[in-house]
Design a protein around this ligand. Structure first.
Ligand code: UDP
Length: 461
């Protein structure tokens, strides 16, 4: 393993979800380029998927270390990731990783890093590191807003939330988000689990957070005061679209998608995608289908199902005759697509997204207006963040959480085609220009400086 000349030796340990691994990997690449040696620790199935995308020659000081989970018949090795994991096994996977903590300790003893960078669902990782006298820093991979929203709800009950514009839309999401903060600690309080919010509190002096100034700078001080730690912004950490070229070249379906996009007019098409672990119900799929049909815009719709759902074909999952009626105007795919590559295609004029933070930062980074359809977790708050930033509009749900085809068609038309969406399209373009011109070099310099400072202080204490 190469590490010569490196200023720091770091173990990075993301939660086992694509939306977490991806920002950890992007941060790892940037730190490696600044002469830090990185050991990215994850399960075999996740490391195999990463290795397909990056060349070791480009990152000689970026190494991969496998962590093995204890045997559990419910969790075969291909389920050591949330991607495609039946949702009821999410907690089982979390527990399995908790139980791998002795293995993580062995890894730290072997690598002897100067520092550990860990994720929210491993609140025990800083404890393991501390037992070996290694400092540890938490990396928060989603919006800053959900962080201070959650902490406000937990710590300041009865005190008015200072940013009411970020309250989730309607009573359906308000209840859902509140429940998340009520039930998360309760669920985590199962005797054997340490509550996840300890992850923030156990971080050494700072918390790293994947966001960018244009969108969330105004909330940094408030969050720092809530956490009692300095919040350090990493920038958007978006993947370079060139890295998706391997999939485009080697996968025939993906090749067809790009060819199909090549034939469409500029900014005429929306990408519809709900990330790596979020699935629409049958009713939601039906409304989405009719909404897309009535919007009259072109679309690529990525429909995915959890591995345990017995869906035989795409046709079965959407209204009868839909594909025939939309004809050349629409493409429906049930597999992984190179999202970054698609978002950078000139034919894309909008992105119907579940508002996973990874997807939103990619859309903002590439200047694609967002049509927000949040589903769960942090997504209702993330949707508000982008609406407030002016980079998108939200499709409202009814009080029971139902989607409505007319509302879907209305918002798509507004954002992609009509005069009413002009400002959103302009704002999306401006964000891209800002991010392309400024990049994230400045933020990463600050991150490196802080990490070096923490390690030096630790070594001299
Ligand atoms: N993604 C992709 N192809 C797909 C689905 C998702 O490349 O077919 C990528 C997407 O570009 C993003 C990540 O997966 O980087 C999803 O992260 P996000 O935070 O948006 O959502 P999550 O999957 O965590 O809900």
């Amino acid at each position: 393993m190469e590490s010569k000349g490196s200023i720091l030796n770091i173990v990075m340990f993301p939660w086992l979800a694509h939306g977490h691994v991806s920002p950890f990997l992007e941060l790892a690449k940037r730190l490696e380029k600044r002469n830090l040696t990185i050991h990215l620790c994850s399960t075999e199935v996740i490391l195999n998927s990463i290795k397909k995308k990056i060349s070791e020659n480009d990152y000689p000081f970026l190494h991969f270390i496998e962590i093995k989970l204890p045997f559990n018949p419910e969790l075969p090795p291909h389920h050591h990731t949330t991607s495609g994991l039946p949702p009821h096994l999410n907690y089982t996977l979390m527990r399995a990783l908790d139980m791998a903590s002795p293995y993580f300790s062995t890894i730290l003893k072997q690598v002897k890093p100067d520092l550990v960078i860990y994720d929210i669902h491993q609140p025990w990782a800083p404890e393991v590191a501390a037992s070996l006298s290694i400092p540890a820093v938490m990396f928060h991979t989603t919006s800053l807003s959900i962080l201070y929203y959650g902490f406000h709800m937990n710590l300041k009950q009865g005190v008015e939330f200072p940013y009411p514009e970020l309250n989730p839309q309607g009573s359906y999401f308000t209840k859902k988000v509140q429940k998340m903060f009520e039930t998360l600690p309760a669920e985590d309080n199962f005797e054997e689990r340490t509550p996840s919010h300890f992850s923030y509190l156990r971080s050494s002096e700072i918390v790293l957070t994947k966001t960018f100034r244009e969108v969330e700078e105004g909330y940094v001080d408030y969050t720092s005061s809530l956490l009692g730690k300095k919040v350090i912004i990493t920038g958007p950490l978006v993947t370079n679209p060139v890295e998706d070229d391997i999939i485009v070249e080697t996968d025939s379906t993906v090749k067809l998608v790009i060819k199909w996009l090549d034939m469409k007019e500029k900014a005429s098409t929306v990408l519809v995608s709900f990330g790596s672990e979020c699935y629409l119900s049958r009713e939601e799929r039906e409304e989405m289908a009719y909404g897309l049909e009535q919007s009259n815009v072109n679309f690529i719709w990525v429909i995915r199902f959890p591995m345990n759902e017995k869906i035989i074909s795409i046709e079965e999952s959407i209204p009868e005759g839909f594909l025939k009626r939309v004809g050349e105007r629409g493409l429906v795919i049930d597999k992984w697509v190179p999202q970054v590559k698609i978002l950078t295609h000139t034919s894309i004029g909008g992105f119907i997204s579940h508002c996973g933070w990874g997807s939103l930062t990619e859309a903002m980074g590439f200047g694609v207006p967002i049509i927000a359809v949040p589903v769960q977790y942090d997504q209702p708050i993330n949707a508000k963040v982008i609406v407030k930033a002016g980079a998108g509009a939200e499709i409202y749900r009814d009080e029971e959480g139902g989607l409505n085809r007319l509302e879907i068609a209305r918002v798509i038309k507004e954002v992609v085609l009509e005069d009413a969406g002009k400002e959103i399209r302009k704002k999306a373009r401006e964000m891209k220009e800002k991010l392309v011109i400024e990049g994230d070099d400045q933020e990463i310099d600050v991150v490196v400086k802080e990490l070096v400072r923490i390690c030096s202080k630790h070594n001299s204490s």
